[in-house]
Ligand binder design. Sequence first.
Ligand SMILES: [Zn+2]
Ligand SMILES: [Zn+2]
Length: 147
Amino acid sequence: MRCPSYLVRCKNAAGGEHRIRLPLPKDLTLGTYKPAREGSVDLACPVCRQLHRYAGTEVQHSFEEVADVRHLPPDPVPMRIELACAHPGCGQRAVIYAVRSPEEERSAALARVSQSEVFVDCAAGHPLVLPEAARWKVTEGPNCNPF
Ligand SMILES: [Zn+2]
Ligand SMILES: [Zn+2]
């Protein structure tokens, strides 16, 4: 059977081609697909732990042939993380996104994201510095989809 796939290609320049699977939007319909968000978001890759910026236009939506629907990986859980840039004297608010599989504990996922290699800038124009995870405001659920 054909199953929807919704993803971005990770921007890791050295890590080979890999994908970041995203949760399916609730209103996803073949042929009328449009990203829920026009702008860009900062998204942590669960494979290589690099944090890059992605535009809504970079989301790839397709249907893949799957022999057995039971072999499909479960939809990832989106996480929206609000934080204040920890660059000395900065404190600019920033929002980053991450995904975890339902089998991965939330605490383990946050520990993973806290070790991200950051390739995005803070609104003040310098590379974003992540504060310790204890200072993050984390929300999960369907309203936290990156796209
Ligand atoms: Zn990656
Ligand atoms: Zn900053």
